[in-house]
Write a protein that binds this ligand. Structure first.
Ligand code: SF4
Ligand code: SF4
Ligand code: SF4
Length: 167
């Protein structure tokens, strides 16, 4: 094997390793009902799911694989992306949607004692409860059992403090 082959093999191994690492560490959901762990193996990047979404929230993401941009809207769990997909990438509609939940980080302005309840106002399942606290404004608290991971709370947050992550 000459030096060129060795470099080529090394690059391939590195990119495979990166892909593997990305897949294993992926905290973010791809699409609802999708087999998250096998997504990058089974998805051919045909992009048929993208125009199928009535909410227009699916876009090419990391490595070209489709992902949801919750800044553009919420998932209404219509299952149309799954129906548009020609691969065996999605579970049946009767199965659980996903384990995605909203997570609030430290940039929430309530943590800086500024009154804000925008996320709670958007949540249909009332999964965001505001706890009164002494000496500070009410703080948001996600009741994970009630959170569907729909992402309706994401785009209304003035400081982008909410992310939808797999749990
Ligand atoms: S389930 Fe419906 S709303 Fe949600 S990402 Fe798929 S097509 Fe869009
Ligand atoms: S992701 Fe949906 S269900 Fe969960 S807290 Fe946000 S709005 Fe509520
Ligand atoms: S919308 Fe954002 S800043 Fe406002 S309470 Fe919710 S997480 Fe905090």
């Amino acid at each position: 094997m000459d030096g060129g082959d060795s470099v080529t093999n090394q690059s391939i191994n590195t990119s495979r390793r990166q892909l593997f690492t990305r897949r294993q560490n992926s905290e973010y959901p791809h699409l609802p009902w999708a087999k998250q762990a096998q997504f990058t193996d089974l998805c051919t990047q045909c992009a048929k799911c993208i125009p199928s979404c009535p909410e227009h929230i699916i876009q090419p993401g990391d490595g070209g694989f489709p992902t949801i941009n919750f800044q553009k809207g919420e998932c209404i769990f219509c299952y149309q992306c799954a129906q548009a997909c020609p691969e065996s990438l999605f579970y049946a509609q009767e199965e659980p949607v996903w384990t995605a939940k909203a997570i609030i980080n430290d940039s929430c302005i309530a943590k800086q004692n500024v009154e804000c309840r925008s996320c709670g106002d958007m949540c249909d399942t009332q999964a965001i409860r505001f706890k009164l606290a002494v000496g500070t404004v009410a703080q948001p608290n996600i009741i994970t059992d009630d959170c569907t991971g729909c992402g309706a709370c994401v785009s209304v947050c003035p400081t982008n403090a909410i992310q939808i992550k797999l749990t």
